[in-house]
Design a protein around this ligand. Structure first.
Ligand code: HMG
Ligand code: MG
Length: 297
């Protein structure tokens, strides 16, 4: 049955910006995060402490993280691919991190230059240190409904990797349709299979909207009891190492759908729309949020 409340994990400042070609000033990123934290969002992914050679756009991670006006009750998780990233994140006071791997070997190799097992090996010291430091760890599994390099991804692989991340101590595992290729019945079947091994309360869904299927896929997963949804304000986003990937589902559209279904999000939709229009303007392009477009007429 559908949940009565949903927590949105806003990934616009990280997933949304990581693929932008022109370097965005740190001050703009900080302003985006601060505007987002005023909308009622409780989880705002701030940046990634990855290799600046791999993702030049987020080379300013430390400056951005340090510059955010941390709001009481808001979590600001950051991506870390290895211990080096964890240490950089901790230096500026990060209290929640996200580790990321994939259900597809081919994608993982392109994205983090490691096999799935090698990536898990790299995470072990991060998880150990995080446990000692009292830092919460979120886990991502990419390519849960298909891979740009390998094609089909067996559900059993998704289940195995998600279960491993949860067993290792991730409080939540986010299931990513990295290239927005899934459709609702497949999303539901995948979710059901994973929920057979990982409690559904510890699962989140992360849909890119490449083919316009994201809201339908989210609805299918909500009906399976998922209550955490990743999305990006104004629908920005995409992974630079996933060929053909475009933006995440727009947060405004997710909030509109949820509130319309009587599912509470705690988010001020007009404020979120305004923030999405502001960042679109900064990026010099139109918003991808249909709800925002409708609001401005
Ligand atoms: P590598 O080249 O194999 O690693 O990259 P390395 O250990 O050989 O390091 C190479 C250089 O990077 C060295 O510097 C390291 O010091 C440095 P050099 O000696 O050449 O001067 N380095 C770092 N610098 C700063 N911070 C670090 C760090 N680590 C190494 N943390 C590595 C391996 C994992 C580092 C690299 O592949 C990488 O950073 N990949 C990140 C790719 C990425 O960020 N992708 C997008 C995020 S995932 C995503 O979008 C999907 C998601 O949204 C869910 C979904 O949609 O499915 C989450
Ligand atoms: Mg993503």
């Amino acid at each position: 049955s559908t949940p009565s409340a949903v927590r949105i994990v806003e990934v616009g400042a990280r997933d949304g910006l990581q693929n932008e070609k022109t370097i965005i000033p740190a001050a703009t990123k900080i302003e985006l995060i601060d505007r987002l934290s005023a909308t009622g969002l409780r989880t705002i992914e701030a940046t990634s402490f990855v290799s600046p050679k791999w993702v030049p756009q987020l080379a300013d991670a430390a400056e951005v993280f340090a510059g955010i006006a941390k709001r009481e009750g808001v979590a600001y998780p950051v991506l870390v691919p290895n211990l080096q990233g964890y240490e950089r994140a901790r230096e500026v006071g990060a209290r929640e991190v996200a580790i990321f791997t994939a259900a597809s070997e081919a994608f993982n190799r392109k994205n983090i230059n490691a096999s799935i097992d090698e990536s898990i090996e790299r995470f072990l010291p991060v998880l150990e240190r995080a446990a000692a430091d009292g830092v919460r760890v979120r886990g991502y599994v990419s390519t849960v409904l298909g891979c740009p390099y390998q094609g089909d991804v067996p559900v059993a692989d998704v289940v195995r990797v998600a279960r491993r991340l949860h067993d290792l101590g991730c409080y939540e595992v986010s299931l990513g349709d990295t290239i927005g290729i899934g459709t609702p019945l497949k999303a539901r079947a995948m979710l059901r299979a994973v929920a057979g091994e990982v409690p559904v309360d510890a699962l989140a869904v992360h849909f890119h909207d490449t083919r316009g299927q994201a809201l339908a896929n989210i609805l299918a997963c909500l009906e399976e009891g998922v209550s955490v949804v990743d999305s990006s304000v104004s629908g920005t986003g995409g992974c630079p190492y996933a060929k053909g990937a475009t933006g995440n589902v727009a947060s405004e559209d997710v909030v509109y759908m949820l509130e319309g279904m009587g599912i509470a999000t705690g988010i001020d939709l007009p404020a979120l729309i305004a923030t999405g229009l502001w960042i679109s303007e900064q990026l010099g392009r139109a918003t991808s949020s249909r709800v925002a477009r409708a609001a401005v007429g």
